[in-house]
Design a protein around this ligand. Structure first.
Ligand code: SF4
Length: 316
């Protein structure tokens, strides 16, 4: 598969009450054509900030972003090639405008090879909003949440993107239609050979719809690898905790880990492991940032215990 988007060392800092805080800390992501990568973590882990940085809504503090090998991420081609489907289909559509207006606008800005109205109808039909002419005349409040998210997806596809960033695209929808929307995204990925980043807190759908999973905690990727490997044999204590708290159908062969956050044995802060305050295995060495350790089957874990054969860290 062809690399479409290569992200290395993505870092995003922001200031709050005069203090500099780090929301994203050295994240690497590679998105390939026709592949979905899931970015998994709890609320506040920095997942959405990664999306906002890739979409250029916030300025990264450091790191490189290459689209088809080019660093020209401020140009028109980048904006056309990378589109976002947001979490909230209610907030992402202006209630004053019709569905047709929302889908037509990017077509007018970026161009289309066929008449605009035909392109609008084709896009609405491709997301199963039919009859397209009737749907195009409606305003957002006349649609269900699932239909609005389909409109948002159609609008994102209007620029014929190479990369789709789906930021918790079903978390605000009824449970009954979540799988429909994820199935639609999966079909569109295949049909359009899209490189997709699926941001979620749901391990079960991540395993089902993504071939690779990145587990994020407090701005850092703590485990990455093929979906089945990460879900069935989680190595990082945080991934184990996520897997334990997931619905039973997605549980895996997880080594026992305390569910409750223990009292930290080592003060957090500085360049310590980000999971130190909750980790039941925390030890003095964890006051140093652990390395990314390749373990097996393409899995990489950021933990001093990931490879017990590795040399013990020097604690200063
Ligand atoms: Fe736990 Fe230490 Fe591993 Fe961090 S490096 S996850 S604190 S054992």
């Amino acid at each position: 598969m062809t690399d479409v988007l290569q992200v290395r060392g993505l870092t995003v800092d922001y200031r709050r009450h005069g203090t500099r805080l780090r929301a994203v800390d050295g994240v690497d992501v590679t998105l390939r054509a026709g592949q979905t990568v899931a970015l998994v973590g709890e609320s506040g882990s920095g997942k959405s900030t990664v999306v906002r940085a890739l979409a250029r809504f916030v300025r990264p503090s450091a790191g490189t972003i290459l689209l088809h090998g080019s660093a020209s991420h401020r140009n028109r081609r980048y904006r056309r090639s990378l589109q976002v489907v947001f979490q909230d289909p209610f907030a992402s559509l202006n209630p004053m405008h019709t569905v047709g207006h929302h889908v037509r606008r990017p077509l007018l800005v970026h161009g289309t090879d066929i008449p605009v109205d035909d392109a609008v109808a084709a896009l609405l039909t491709s997301v199963n909003l039919v009859p397209a002419q009737d749907i195009a005349a409606k305003r957002p409040h006349e649609l269900s949440g699932g239909q609005r998210q389909r409109v948002a997806i159609a609008r994102a596809l209007a620029t014929n993107p190479d990369v789709l960033l789906a930021d918790e695209p079903v978390s605000m929808l009824d449970v009954s239609i979540r799988l429909e929307i994820l199935g639609l995204l999966d079909r569109l990925r295949t049909e359009r050979n899209l490189a997709m980043l699926y941001v979620t807190h749901d391990l079960a759908t991540a395993r089902h719809f993504a071939s690779e999973i990145l587990v994020m905690y407090r701005g850092r990727i703590v485990e990455r690898g093929p979906s089945d490997q990460v879900i069935l044999t989680p190595r990082h204590p945080y991934t184990q905790l996520l897997a334990q708290s997931a619905p039973r159908r997605s549980r895996s062969r997880v080594a026992p880990v305390a569910k409750a956050a223990p009292t930290p044995r080592v003060p957090a802060g500085g360049d310590a492991c980000v999971f130190i305050a909750r980790c039941p295995h925390a030890m003095p060495a964890c006051a140093r940032r652990p390395p990314d350790v390749p373990v097996a089957d393409g899995v990489v874990v950021s933990c001093w215990l990931a490879d017990l054969d590795a040399p013990a860290p020097v604690v200063g």
